[in-house]
Design a protein around this ligand. Sequence first.
Ligand SMILES: Nc1ncnc2c1ncn2[C@@H]1O[C@H](COP(=O)(O)OP(=O)(O)O)[C@@H](O)[C@H]1O
Ligand SMILES: [Mg+2]
Length: 277
Amino acid sequence: MSNSTTDDSLITTEVQTDSNDGRAAPAAGTAVAARDLDVFYGDEQAIDDVTMEIPEKRVTALIGPSGCGKSTFLRCINRMNDMIEICRVEGDVEFGGKNVYDDDVDPVALRRKIGMVFQKPNPFPKSIRDNVAYGLKIQDFDGDVDARVEESLKGAALWDEVKDQLDSSGLELSGGQQQRLCIARAIAPDPEVILMDEPTSALDPVAASKIEDLIDDLAEEYTVIIVTHNMQQAARISDRTAVFLTGGELVEYDDTAKIFEDPEEQRVEDYITGKFG
Ligand SMILES: Nc1ncnc2c1ncn2[C@@H]1O[C@H](COP(=O)(O)OP(=O)(O)O)[C@@H](O)[C@H]1O
Ligand SMILES: [Mg+2]
C-alpha cells in the first residue's frame, strides 16, 4: 500500500486539518484492497472470498444483479456493516496499509477518510451550510469552515446554484441538487475514498447526467467506488469494473473496456448482454 501517512489518523480521533496530507501518493497506487473477504448475515453468505485491489484516483464500478452483494461489499470498506448486528466479516480490507477491521481502527475516523453517498439523497433537515459543515463540526475542525464549505460545494458542482441561499434548508433543493449536497458533505472532511451506492438511480436523467460528470471530476482528487445496476453508466464513467454474480462471487474484474467488449467469462458476457439479471 502506498498511503502510509493515513495510519495514525485511523487509530485516533485526532483532527487532520492539512487538506493535502495523505494524498501525496502517485496516481494508480492501490487505495483499497480486499483480501479473502467473506461476509455473512447470520448463516447466509453475501460475499464469497473476494480479493481485489482498487486503484486510487480512478472510478471503479461494481455491477451485478440485485442481491449479489454489491452494497454489502461497499459497506465493508468503511465498516458501515458494523451497524448491522447479524453481519459478520472475515478477511481483510486494507486501507492506508492497515486492515480496517483491526481492533485499533476507529470506525468514525475511518469514515472521514472513506465517505459515502447513498441511493436516496439524504440531506439533514438543516441549512445547506450546516449540511456541508456537519462532518467538520464533529471533528472539531479548526480551519476556516466557510471556506471549506465553499470549496466542497464547488467540488460538488453545486456552489453556483446555492451560493446565495446557504442558510436555506437542504431539503428545499431538487433531488439532483440534494445528491450533490450529499457529495459536498462527503468531501468536506477531505476523504481519500468516496463510496457511492447507486447514487443516480433515484434521479431524473438530467440530474443523473450531472452527477456522472461530477464523478469524472472527483476522480482527479479522490478514489471513487460506485455501485450501479446501470451498465451503460458503468461503461461511461468507470475505469475499472468488477462484476459480482449471485452468491457474492467476484466473477471478473478488469479494465472497463475489457469487461464490456471482451469479457473472459461466459457468465459475464451473458450478464452484460442482458441474458439474465
Ligand atoms: N441487513 C441485512 N440483513 C440480512 N441480509 C442482508 C442484509 N443486507 C443484505 N442482505 C442480503 O445479502 C445479500 C446481498 O445483498 P446486497 O449487498 O444488498 O446486494 P446488492 O447490493 O447487490 O443488491 C442478499 O441476499 C441480501 O438479502
Ligand atoms: Mg445494493
